[in-house]
Write a protein that binds this ligand. Structure first.
Ligand code: RB5
Length: 149
């Protein structure tokens, strides 16, 4: 599996920890930055990761900022993206099984590193359940189409 990860200055330390964790799991990861504590604008990174997921360059994405919220708002503007901010393992599993989320958003100022890495593992290891949930994703896709014009 190939995964793209990005962050702003508020999520940079957590992003680095997640990258190391993914590499230890032998997951191919593209790290698009940021790479320092200098203040940057999170929508740029959200759009870049989202585009790599939509183009198929990566099958999944992870975004880290201070809360995970700004990243999720921005990433969800890209058609086809289902980005979820997750701060617990129950939601991490549910958002793959029910929502087929394709981007996980983390808040470095919200979750500690240990929990964040458990959330990543739970999210990656869960599988979309399909069935009634597929119909609901189709309804979301239709909403996107209606709002395109
Ligand atoms: C940056 O200070 C902070 O606003 C950002 O990382 C994020 O939390 C936005 O939602």
């Amino acid at each position: 599996m190939k995964l793209t990860i990005g962050c702003d200055h508020g999520g940079r330390r957590l992003k680095d920890a997640v990258v190391a964790h993914l590499k230890a799991r032998d997951i191919q990861v593209t790290d698009i930055g940021t790479y320092s504590d200098e203040s940057v604008d999170f929508p740029f990174y959200a759009e870049e990761v989202a585009n790599q997921v939509i183009s198929g360059e990566s099958s999944l994405g992870i975004l880290c900022c201070g809360t995970g919220i700004g990243m999720s708002i921005a990433a969800n503007k890209i058609v086809g993206i289902r980005a979820a901010v997750v701060s617990d393992c129950f939601s991490a599993k549910a958002t793959r099984e029910h929502n087929d989320s394709n981007i996980l958003c983390h808040g470095e100022r919200v979750v500690g590193e240990g929990l964040a890495l458990k959330i990543v593992d739970t999210w990656l290891d869960a599988i979309f359940s399909g069935e009634r949930h597929a119909k609901r994703l189709q309804m979301i896709a239709e909403m996107e189409l209606k709002n395109e014009s």
